[in-house]
Design a protein around this ligand. Structure first.
Ligand SMILES: Nc1ncnc2c1ncn2[C@@H]1O[C@H](COP(=O)(O)OP(=O)(O)OP(=O)(O)O)[C@@H](O)[C@H]1O
Length: 127
């Protein structure tokens, strides 16, 4: 049976509620996510202080989103792995290592983006 518009909207609202619950769990239970909170706040503070351009804000937003997404997927994969087996299993270990590798790649890229934005501003400040 076709769902009414109100039901579709309610369903989408519920999806957002679930997603926010996931992000809250991430920050509450994952130490790395709290490091991302600090890094995100630092980027916003530095961006405001340095009066970065709109284009630079877009890069910063993309960098933060990249790291947060990688961390969320990493945590989801870890949880599923732990549900599958708590015993030592090379495949589980490999899956967790690869997922952690994705976070490392995202964090390195975000660091490079941050440096490419803030270093020129810093150099301009000291000139
Ligand atoms: N069941 C397992 N079998 C084999 N190796 C495992 C297993 N569980 C964890 N490992 C190894 O230990 C590492 C850390 O796993 P753990 O689940 O403790 O993640 P974590 O320390 O919370 O990682 P992160 O810092 O990315 O959140 C994995 O990357 C993997 O190499």
């Amino acid at each position: 049976m076709a769902r009414s518009t109100a039901q579709v909207v309610a369903g989408r609202k519920q999806s957002i509620v679930h997603a926010i619950r996931g992000l809250r769990l991430l920050v509450r239970e994952e130490a790395n996510a709290r490091v991302h909170v600090a890094a995100t706040l630092l980027a916003v503070l530095a961006g405001s202080t340095a009066h970065v351009s709109f284009a630079e804000w877009r890069w910063l937003a993309l960098a933060c989103a990249l790291v947060w997404s990688a961390e969320a997927f990493n945590t989801a994969i870890e949880r599923v792995c732990d549900r599958l087996s708590r015993d030592h299993d090379p495949l589980i270990g490999a899956a967790k290592d690869v997922a952690a590798g994705a976070v490392l790649v995202a964090a390195l890229a975000a660091g490079a983006i941050g440096a490419s934005i803030f270093l020129p501003h810093l150099m301009g400040f000291f000139e």
